[in-house]
Every structure is written in structure tokens, then in C-alpha cells.
Ligand binder design. Structure first.
Ligand code: IVH
Length: 668
């Protein structure tokens, strides 16, 4: 029993970690299939051992979370996920279950049910709210309940109509779909990034997600994002009988439709189409990772309903992972920013679904042991969706003996240690050059100080020339230092110098994250910055002061204290300060949903909405309606022939808005 509990704990931890990597960092480390296997195992254990069930379990809730850099939006209806399978047999069973359930529901004995089958787009799930046909809010999925308000960025996407092409649009439509980037555009973006010495995106999905989260909508506009609608959260003022009617309606309203969309009546038709699409997969211009099968009748969909995670009326059939066999030429050992020593595999280049693969991840030394793999072996590799390929197993043992874990750091030759309860081996020399190099790369990276043009290759060339000895040296680099480098002309050197200067304005949260404090991720750095407001307060904080913050645990608190006690950190911070780097956290604005906490009073007659409709809109955006004006009222929305409420509002100096101003507040 204890073993089962610890397996459950392990799975929950792993799944939460991979959720974070996938949704928040857009940097998955395991394949979809591996992730799905972990989820399935946990679901089964939680089902078999209800004793250990917990509402906090990652399989009881939708993954992902809303990041705090954009305002938050509460979805009118939660954005759920899809149940999925890799097996055709499971699809058959699902079909049987559905057909039976529907057969039981129907008054007639007609057991024929329609299904739709369409590609599962490997993009970013986005909700679009149209009020009276006008785009009002564009939001990410976030944790399924609350997402990020990215309306301004969404408005730059050409595939998304700002106004529905419908003379009588529904009064409220919350549409869901996928923002994606075509494969060819993705390649172009990466080429451009590389030319500017930036960090490439790992795959089109990450590129779409990164582009949507740009602070400057102009950059989003430049990225050629596209959109397909695939479901809705809430519609009021329009009725559809079938899902396929809804999709057709989206097409009429100005949305692009997926080409490979099929209505199937039998399981045979479904299987044929599934097989056809599996073969055709690579010819679709955007990444698809499977197919989504849905019950076409919306009445049946309503009857079948939802589990707490996904609809019962749909299932995703995921394509098999892409695999190939090749030789493992070398196991390379590298040192990370925090000193962790990680092995990776250098492969005999092999083509996998059109991409040449020459590296694979090995995660850690335990993985090498588990696979019993060594240099020279022939291995089966797998690339699922987007992630870096990994070794599945040894197919032919051609090496002798086991791979030996190095005893000293490959960079500085200091002894390496394995810390208690950790899988990782670590170089603990604070002066290790390989760690310093990774620190620099992290410092300038997109989510940290975001210095464009100062990529890995440039850092290497500056290191070779001894221009970077401590982190703060980045801010002493001169125009001439860059001009001396290969491939640098005046324009490029100017751009980097500008980017370096620009980065001095980053808020404290970014600086804290950039410093690479162990266990302090982006979220924690933001929490600390918001709490302490300036770096001096962080230096002065005790372990207890850190622990008093809700989201900060013992390990991070100790790590923070240890970090800020080091004399060289004081020196680095002082140097950064002298260079003009900002050391404070600006107050954040616009938290909560658009009308979160705002009290509205309605008076008079509006032309575009009925009283009920306006009430519904305000409420769905987090606002409250009050029947009388008081000092607590935030807005009085006044239409034609307003009553005494208007007078009272004037007297109490409450803000009065007309219908046009209300629309502006809605962003329509
Ligand atoms: S239908 C309740 N159709 O996949 C969710 N989703 O893994 C109904 N997705 O959250 C969604 N292509 O963001 C649907 N053709 C498609 C899709 C699709 C991609 C995404 C969607 C969903 C996620 C679940």
C-alpha cells in the first residue's frame, strides 16, 4: 500500500512538472505519449485506490495556469481538455459506448449516429468572445477556468474576423479554436531569429504561443498566426442542430475552415478516414498530432455531457510517435547552469519524418542505466510531436561494458557530487566556466533580461576574448567590443548595444529570475519582486521573511538567503546598479478580469442591448450590477431617457458612461 501511495505521489509530481513545462514554459521535455502514459497510470491508480484520491491531483483538474503578465479573464464556461487514445481498438470501444448510450436516449430505435472527424491542430487553444457580432475578448486557456487577456494580440490575426459576417449575429458567442503557425512560416521565423542571434523556437506550437504572449502586438502581427475554430463555450441568440452546422456557420462568418473535415456514419468510415489522415499527416501545412472525433448532434452532445476534465462526446485519436533506428556514436556530458551534469546522445544522423536527427536526450545517468545503453549500440529513437528525440531502447547491443559516470566535471575537472535524494550529479565549483557560460545564456534569454542579438554564439566569442568575467560585464560591453567580432558590422553592433541598454529597464522580477537563483523560477521571482519591491529589501530579508510568503517553501527560502549572502552577489548587484539596471518592481496594472470588482448601475434605454443583455455582459466579465447609485458605484451606464439615477450619479460624482463609451470599455 505504501508503494502505491508513493507511486501516486511520484506521478502527481511528474505530471505537474510536465504540465508546467508544456503550458507555462512552452518547453516540453517528454513526448505526448509519455505524458499520456503517466496520466493514464495515475488515473487508473486513483480509480483503483480511492483512499488516496485528492481534489488537487493534476488528473482531476485541467492543466496549465494563467501567467501573471497579462490581465486575467474568467471563462464563461470552463475550457476543458480532450480524452485521448493511441489505439484504434479504443476508438472502436468508445464508438460502441456512445452508440449504445445514444440508442438508449433515442425514443425511436434508430441507432444511426453521425460523427465528425477532423485534425487535431497542434496549436494554442484560444477563446474568442463576440458580443453582438463584434470581437470583444481574446483569451488563452490558462488553467481552464481563468486565462490571459490577449485581445490586442488576437486582433492582429487576419484569420480572426473583428466583426462576424452575419447580419443577425448571436448576442453572445464564446468561440473556441486553435491559433497556429504553418510549418513553412515557422521555419522562416526561426531563420530570422537565428540571423538576429536570438533563441530559436523548438516547434510551431511554441512559436505560436510565444508570439501570442508578446507585449507588443506589432510583433504578434508580424508572425503570421492563423486560426481554426473547433468548438464553443457559450452561444446565446443562435441555435445549431449539429456541430457540422456550427462549423459551416463559422465559415460563413469569415473564419477559415479545416480542409480535412469528414462526417462519418459508421465506424468503418471513421477508421478509413483515420488511416487516410495518418498517412497524409505530413502533407497538411500545419502540425497536427491526431484527429478529433465528435458526436455531430448537439442535442446528443448535451445529453452525453462532460466528466470534470473532458467532454464524453469527443475523443482524440493521437498519431503514433515517429520512430527510427540509428547508431549511438557518443554520449556527451554537459554542465548546466546550476552545475547539473547531463548526458546526451550524439547519433549517426538519420531522417525522421523529414527532419534530420543527430542528437537525442538521455535525461540523466539513471536513464542510461535503465536503457543499458552505451556508445556504439544501435538504438530506436522516437520523436513525438515536437520534443527533442529520445532513445526508446537498444535494438542491437554492440558495445561492451557499461557507460561510466564521470567522476570529475568535464569543464573544470572539480569533483562531482550526487546530492541526497537527487537523481542528478552536480559540479559544485562556483567558478566552473561551463556553469558561468550557461548563467550568461540564461541571463540574456527571452524570459529573463531578454537581450536580443546576444545569443549563445556571440557569448562564446566574447568569452574567448575575455570580455565577460562576471555577469555584470554584459553592461560594460562597448560598441567596439562587438565590432571586433566576426560577422558584426555597425548596424548589428548598434542593435545589440541598444538591446543591452533596453534590458536595463526590466522589472526586478526579470532580474531576479535572470540571476539564476536555484529553485527560483519565473513565477517565484515575480512573487518575491512583488512582495519586496526593491533589491535592497530582498538582501535584507530573512529566511522567515521569505517563508511567510504563501507560495515560497523552505527549500527556496534557504536558497534565496544563501544566494544573497554571497559577497560576490553583492558585488554583481552593485555593478549592475552602477550600470543603470533597474532594481525595483513597478506596480502591476489591470489585474483581474476586465470588470472584476466593478459595480455598474444601468439607467435609461440602450440601443444595442436590452437591459438583460447588458447585465449578462457585465456579469460575464466579472462586474456586478446594482439597482441603486451609491458611492460604491463605479459606472452608471446611461441610455436614452435616463431616470433619477443619473441625477444621483452626478451628485455623488460617479463616472457616467454612454453606450459608445461602454463599447470602448468592452474593447469593441
Ligand atoms: S474540440 C472540450 N477540436 O486540443 C474541448 N479541440 O487536448 C473540445 N484542439 O483544448 C475541443 N484541435 O485546444 C477540438 N479539432 C479540434 C482540436 C482541438 C486541437 C485542442 C483544444 C483542446 C485540446 C485538448
Amino acid at each position: 500500500m505504501k508503494d502505491i501511495k508513493s507511486r501516486i505521489d511520484y506521478l502527481r509530481k511528474e505530471i505537474s512538472l510536465h504540465n508546467k513545462l508544456y503550458y507555462d514554459k512552452s518547453a516540453p521535455e517528454i513526448s505526448d505519449k509519455e505524458y499520456d502514459d503517466l496520466v493514464k497510470e495515475l488515473e487508473r491508480l486513483e480509480y483503483d485506490y480511492p483512499l488516496f484520491a485528492s481534489a488537487d491531483s493534476p488528473v482531476q483538474k485541467v492543466s496549465g495556469s494563467a501567467s501573471s503578465s497579462f490581465a486575467q479573464v474568467k471563462h464563461a464556461v470552463p475550457m476543458l481538455s480532450l480524452d485521448n487514445t493511441y489505439s484504434e481498438e479504443e476508438i472502436g470501444k468508445w464508438h460502441e459506448r456512445i452508440a449504445k448510450a445514444i440508442g438508449n436516449l433515442q425514443s425511436t430505435n434508430n441507432n444511426e449516429t453521425e460523427f465528425t472527424v477532423e485534425p487535431k491542430i497542434d496549436g494554442v487553444g484560444i477563446s474568442l468572445t463576440y458580443i453582438n457580432g463584434e470581437l470583444s475578448i481574446g483569451a488563452t486557456r490558462g488553467d481552464g477556468e481563468t486565462g490571459e487577456d490577449i485581445t490586442e494580440n488576437i486582433k492582429t490575426i487576419k484569420d480572426i474576423p473583428q466583426k462576424l459576417k452575419d447580419a443577425k449575429p448571436p448576442f453572445f458567442l464564446e468561440l473556441r479554436g486553435e491559433v497556429y503557425i504553418e510549418k513553412s512560416d515557422f521555419e522562416k521565423i526561426n531563420e530570422e531569429i537565428l540571423e538576429n542571434e536570438g533563441q530559436k523556437f523548438a516547434n510551431p506550437r511554441n512559436a505560436a504561443s510565444g508570439s501570442l504572449r508578446q507585449k507588443d502586438p506589432k510583433i504578434t502581427a508580424y508572425r503570421k498566426l492563423k486560426y481554426f475554430a473547433h468548438s464553443y463555450g457559450k452561444v446565446e441568440g443562435k441555435e445549431f442542430k449539429k456541430y457540422s452546422d456550427f462549423i459551416e456557420y463559422c465559415g460563413k462568418c469569415g473564419f477559415q475552415l479545416q480542409q480535412n473535415f469528414k462526417i462519418c456514419k459508421t465506424i468503418q468510415e471513421m477508421t478509413d478516414f483515420t488511416n487516410h489522415m495518418t498517412e497524409k499527416r505530413e502533407t497538411v501545412p500545419y502540425e497536427i498530432d491526431g484527429l478529433v472525433i465528435k458526436v455531430n448532434s448537439l442535442a446528443f452532445q448535451r445529453e452525453l455531457g462532460y466528466t470534470n476534465k473532458s467532454p464524453r462526446w469527443a475523443i482524440a485519436y493521437k498519431f503514433p510517435a515517429k520512430q527510427a533506428t540509428t547508431k549511438l556514436n557518443k554520449i556527451r556530458v554537459q554542465v548546466g547552469r546550476t552545475g547539473i551534469i547531463t548526458p546526451s546522445a550524439i547519433l549517426e544522423p538519420v531522417s525522421l519524418a523529414g527532419v534530420t536527427i543527430s542528437h537525442a536526450t538521455l535525461h540523466n545517468f539513471e536513464e542510461i542505466e535503465r536503457l543499458n545503453v552505451n556508445e556504439g549500440d544501435t538504438v530506436l529513437i522516437e520523436r513525438a510531436g515536437d520534443v527533442i528525440p529520445k532513445i526508446v531502447k537498444v535494438v542491437k547491443k554492440e558495445s561492451e561494458g557499461f557507460f561510466e559516470i564521470p567522476r570529475s566535471c568535464p569543464s573544470c575537472r572539480s569533483e562531482i557530487v550526487k546530492e541526497k535524494e537527487e537523481v542528478a550529479y552536480r559540479c559544485v565549483n562556483p567558478e566552473c566556466p561551463a556553469q558561468f557560460r550557461r548563467h550568461l545564456i540564461h541571463f540574456v534569454s527571452r524570459n529573463a533580461m531578454d537581450i536580443e542579438g546576444l545569443g549563445e554564439a556571440v557569448i562564446d566569442r566574447l568569452l574567448e576574448r575575455n570580455k565577460l568575467k562576471i555577469l555584470a560585464d554584459i553592461y560594460s560591453l562597448t560598441f567596439e567590443d562587438f565590432l571586433e567580432l566576426e560577422f558584426f558590422k555597425e548596424k548589428k553592433a548598434n542593435n545589440v548595444i541598444n538591446a543591452i541598454n533596453e534590458s536595463k529597464k526590466r522589472p526586478l522580477s526579470k532580474l531576479l529570475f535572470a540571476l539564476g537563483i536555484r529553485h527560483a523560477g519565473e513565477k517565484a521571482s515575480e512573487t518575491i519582486a512583488k512582495r519586496f519591491k526593491n533589491i535592497e529589501a530582498v538582501f535584507e530579508a530573512s529566511v522567515d521573511d521569505f517563508i511567510r510568503i504563501n507560495e515560497i517553501g523552505d527549500v527556496l527560502a534557504q536558497s534565496l538567503k544563501g544566494f544573497f549572502e554571497r559577497s560576490e552577489i553583492r558585488h554583481i548587484i552593485d555593478t549592475l546598479k552602477k550600470a543603470g539596471v533597474r532594481m525595483t518592481q513597478p506596480e502591476s496594472q489591470n489585474a483581474g478580469t476586465r470588470f472584476e470588482g466593478k459595480v455598474f448601475v444601468l439607467t435609461g434605454e440602450l440601443s444595442g442591448y436590452t437591459r438583460e443583455q447588458a447585465t449578462e455582459i457585465i456579469k460575464s466579465l466579472g462586474g456586478k450590477i446594482s439597482s441603486s447609485v451609491s458611492k460604491k458605484t463605479d459606472y452608471v451606464l446611461a441610455g436614452a431617457d435616463p431616470g433619477s439615477k443619473l441625477e444621483k450619479a452626478k451628485k455623488l460624482e460617479v463616472k457616467i458612461i454612454n453606450e459608445t463609451e461602454f463599447k470602448e470599455l468592452l474593447g469593441t
